[in-house]
Design a protein around this ligand. Sequence first.
Ligand code: SF4
Length: 111
Amino acid sequence: MKSINAKNERREFLKLGSLAVASIALAVYSGKSAAQGVPVDEKDSVAQSLGYKADATKIDKAKFPKYAAGQQCANCQLYQGKSGNASGACPIFPGKVVNSEAWCSAYVKKA
Ligand code: SF4
């Protein structure tokens, strides 16, 4: 009986260990793909006045004729996120993060 209990305990230990490793890997991966911070809310007054949309393809082109297809935070000079990240900081929205595929009328093409 003791050997069966020992096997079960070892099995449980290995299961918990695998879960712990998976959790750590997920946490590390998440940290690399997105910046820390509160995402900009499109309904925020500053966001609304600048026409910020988390998905640049949803920009109201009649209201913001400056917008051109392909423009997005990821290729804006003000974007501070790393290449490939889903989001990053922008000085227009201090303390918050913008979506890399977002756009606002303060857009400046990256040189
Ligand atoms: S200024 Fe540039 S990086 Fe900031 S929200 Fe507007 S388009 Fe995105």
